[in-house]
Design a protein around this ligand. Sequence first.
Ligand code: FAD
Length: 632
Amino acid sequence: MVRTATLAFCISVHAPGLSYRDDARTRVGGAASSAATTAVTLRFPRASLRLSRVCVRAVRDEDSAREEVTEWKRLLRTTEEGRANTLNDLSLSLHEQERHAAPIEIARRTLTDAELSKGIAVLWFRRNLRVHDNEALTIARRCMAVLPVYIFDPAHYGTVLSEEGFQKTGPHKAHFIHSAVEALRKALRGKASELFTAIGPAESKLIPMLQALTQYELPIYLIGCRDVSEQGMTEERAVRAAIAAQPWAAQCTMEFVMDGTLFDPDQLPRDAAALTTFQSFEQATQALGLRVSEHAFAFEESDRLGPLPNPQPRLGTLPDLASELGVEGLCEPLNWPFPDSRAVYTFRGGEPSGLERMEEYIFDWDELSSYAEDNRFLGSTQTSSKLSAWFACGALSVRAYFRQILDFEKRMIPKITQPEELQLAKESLDQMKRNLVFREYLMLRHCVCGPALPLYVTEELSEEEEIKLDAWIEGETGFAYIDAMMSELKATGWIAHVSRMCVASFLFHDLGVRNTRVGIEYFASVLVDYEEAPTVFFWNRAAASPRIDWLEHALYHDPDGWYTASWCRTLCEVPVPEIFTFHHDDSAETRKVLGMSGVKVGYNFIRPIILPDGSLNPARTQSRSDDNALVH
Ligand SMILES: Cc1cc2nc3c(=O)[nH]c(=O)nc-3n(C[C@H](O)[C@H](O)[C@H](O)COP(=O)(O)OP(=O)(O)OC[C@H]3O[C@@H](n4cnc5c(N)ncnc54)[C@H](O)[C@@H]3O)c2cc1C
């Protein structure tokens, strides 16, 4: 075997010299490629386009390099051809199999400005933790007085476990929401208002607040956004029932709106047949002449929210995540998730950081214009926008993002002169817009057809399935590529879309844990951007479609094994393809490669959890405690 050295060295300088990133990756003997690559990228904020990209490729063995490039091009072509149909196929394959719960009404504004101006509002923030483009906020400000409120229900975090025994919101998302609420409180103070917080079930906290306002004998409006998750709808029903049971119920009106839709909710197709596939949804929106809503619920810098009513509840401090919400896995005493230097992005909750990330992604770092190409490689900040975390808790408006994309298209695309760059930029923008419309499709399908139920739910997992599931969660399956992705997920709360698909398929098809609910609930607890509709959809889809060939996946998305080695450090000297395949390859050559790389399976790297036929590896159960003590 020809052992080669790959050196990838990347320096990014962010003008005007205030920030500087030096990111050097060195890996010896870890690549199939025989090329040494040096890439220097200069980026200037708001000077917008990448000014210079110098790529020097010293090719030592031209033949193998050429072969590799041809193979990459073939793979790229295949995915490009596939891409056009993928989103449609995704929904088609599930249409027949899925069962759905009761549909959810698309909530719309019903109160007029005149009615609102004669009443007092309790503005209940839920998954709309922002001031910009916030419909509930713009409705509430028409009232005589506004009481903004946010409620942390410990049952939505760690005090009540999910059916499969996971905490409902893990450290990454809990911390993200906590920071978003803190930022919202600050923003509302800037609007001459306040954010009152409480800890407990929403109905028990809202009723006293509403009741205190009934003394004025004016209409009371409870204004909020509809959270279409099962948890959100259960909470809304409990609040509705609690209000209906009060003697002052007739004085109080609940006004809920949909938040975060791209199109105007009044115009969205309500017919389930139009939602059978993504293509039929696209056709329906085109037939209806739908365009992404230009209408923003503007709240200008200088705007102020209505005065606070009296009496006011206790202001409330933000809860301690561990002791008051029961969140586990935080590092004390700061109550943050443990930081990991390998994280592709450090998520900071709150509207200002969401707006900053959007600006940075589109304009400052000009990453959007190469989205179609970048989203192939794992382990890089550049692969995608990472905005899903802000969308999920409503700290950033999807519509605002879409409008920024249109703005970029109008201002920047005409300035691109190179035909190849132009082609890539157009493809990238189209792909990003299509993904956002797909998100809208999933949300609408969730409401109109009813939330999809997880496929193949079993009463209880067998002991063997439990062992496999534990190994998968902990990133200890012994399949390095899978372990890398699962370790990244656990450590950072985020992995790329392709990784999510691959690990879901691996659990279901390769490990044979044929119960999508465990995967869905684990993702719910660990993902910083968890949303019910996409998670259930993609898990069901992973179960209903053929197995993903994870080896092909690895060779395409981590061609030099750098990503895998960064999460399984013991393997940092193992070359491709052995880094992906050694667990079931006992050939003399592989043993030699492992020996030269200082790896011995069962000693400093964990044995595979399954044998090649898919059955549980007895070596793992016998020496489980030893193997589990191994560090990647
Ligand atoms: C098993 C599984 C579970 C998932 N769970 C979630 C989840 O809980 N929350 C979530 O937001 N997405 C989920 N997705 C969809 C997708 O993986 C994420 O939206 C995406 O990885 C978010 O990263 P990003 O913001 O950098 O995306 P980008 O690629 O930058 O895309 C921008 C935005 O477009 C939307 N988007 C992009 N791709 C998709 C897609 N395939 N489906 C739906 N929307 C998309 C998202 O809102 C995303 O923020 C899941 C996918 C799989 C396979």
